[in-house]
Design a protein around this ligand. Structure first.
Ligand code: CAA
Ligand code: NAI
Length: 246
């Protein structure tokens, strides 16, 4: 088991890539906390995984709200005594062309996808430092690296994830903490359902492996970076995108 008895918080773990990660981490022996905004989906995820024998609990949180994040981290410490792994996976889209993007849609995406990651990491790190180490994995996107039509807000936040990750790798490496980013390509989940069919076809044609990603493809990358096998991996930006752009 690659994560035996490790305590992992997975934000956005109620569905999609985060749920696949919660499942995968549980299979490898982790104690998983699904930290998600969506209570109904979170409870479903919790019972589905518990029924399969996993040590999983759901805690509702809006990562854009600092007080709620502090409460989440307090509860995890109170219950399990430590946090070994943080997966900053939660994210939203509010796509629109630049000229049509409202100030609210810009700020909402920044508040969840960028400020939310800052909140979670800042709240968890003191506990990791006190314990002598930990793993922080944050989810960027190919659109944060290469840009994308309709995603001024999202691409800005996802590019920022890479800058923050490299900063944390430098600040926290000597404290035993490893900070890495995963860059998923277009992955078969609810986010992608908003993309027009003809755009999906043109995206597929650009991917050398000729398919979209699966949630499990990304979950496996999270797993590697969360495991002891990645103890010398720090500040890495791991693309899991079928080679869409190189
Ligand atoms: N790549 C290339 N062209 C695109 C495009 C894309 N991703 N998205 C839209 N376009 C094109 C459209 O095909 C259209 O072209 P034509 O004028 O030649 O027909 C043009 O841009 C304008 O698009 P719309 O007519 O759809 O304009 P709109 O104002 O009604 O909607 C939009 C704009 C909201 C951006 C909509 O086009 C859309 O949702 N596009 C998809 C955006 C996208 O790719 N989002 C990624 C979601 S998945 C995700 O975010 C996960 C991740 O990390 C990858
Ligand atoms: P999804 O939309 O299926 O799941 C996201 C989860 O995050 C949901 O359960 C949602 O309730 C939760 N969430 C949203 N806002 C929250 C908040 N404020 N606080 C707590 N939880 C919140 O998304 P998906 O596809 O699983 O994506 C996961 C991550 O991967 C996101 O960061 C996304 O940006 C990124 N990504 C996804 C890609 C894709 O093609 N699906 C491609 C590249 C990156």
């Amino acid at each position: 088991m690659r994560l035996k008895d490790k305590v992992a918080i997975i934000t956005g773990g109620a569905q999609g890539i985060g749920f696949a990660a919660a499942k995968r981490f549980s299979e490898e022996g982790a104690i998983v906390v699904i930290a998600d905004f969506n209570e109904a989906q979170g409870r479903n995820a919790e019972s589905e995984l518990q029924n399969a024998g996993a040590q999983v609990s759901f805690i509702q949180v809006d990562i854009s709200n600092r007080e709620q994040v502090d409460r989440l981290v307090g509860k995890v410490i109170e219950t399990f005594g430590k946090i070994d792994i943080l997966v900053n996976n939660a994210g939203i889209t509010r796509d629109a062309m630049l000229t049509k993007m409202s100030e609210k849609d810009f700020q909402d995406v920044i508040q969840v996808n960028l400020t939310g990651v800052f909140h979670c990491t800042q709240a968890v790190v003191p506990h990791m430092v006190a314990a002598g180490g930990g793993k922080i994995i944050s989810t960027s996107s190919v659109t944060g690296v290469y840009g994308n039509v309709g995603q001024t807000n999202y691409a800005a936040a996802k590019a920022a994830i890479i800058g923050m990750t490299k900063t944390w790798a430098k600040e926290l490496g000597r404290k035993g903490i490893r900070a890495n980013a995963v860059v998923p390509g277009f992955t078969e989940m609810s986010m992608v359902t908003t993309v027009p069919e003809k755009v999906i076809e043109s995206i597929k044609s650009m991917i050398p492996v000729q398919r979209l990603g699966k949630p499990e493809d990304i979950a496996n990358a999270y797993l590697f970076l969360a495991s002891d096998e990645a103890d010398y991996v720090n500040g890495a930006v791991l693309h899991v995108d079928g080679g869409i752009m190189m």
